[in-house]
Design a protein around this ligand. Structure first.
Ligand SMILES: [Zn+2]
Ligand SMILES: [Zn+2]
Length: 70
């Protein structure tokens, strides 16, 4: 799979991750990774307190949406 953002910019780079929200392939430069303690809405895990933070990978666009930016 190729990085969606890179391909959009005409760059040929393999994806090393996938956005968990929209599913687009992302290279390490474009993936936004951070750990969250709980998930709201119960996706992809049941909405309950977890013992460990869950690593999540988002694309730049979904990261903005997640953080409420426009
Ligand atoms: Zn990229
Ligand atoms: Zn996304």
């Amino acid at each position: 799979m190729k990085c969606y953002v890179c391909e959009h910019e005409g760059v040929d780079r393999d994806a090393t991750g996938v956005c968990i929200v929209c599913g687009m392939g992302l290279c390490t430069k474009h993936m936004v990774r951070s750990d969250v303690e709980t998930w709201e809405g119960g996706y992809p895990f049941p909405a309950k307190k977890l013992k460990h933070p869950i690593p999540r990978i988002l694309c730049p666009e979904c990261s903005k949406a997640w953080n409420g930016e426009k």
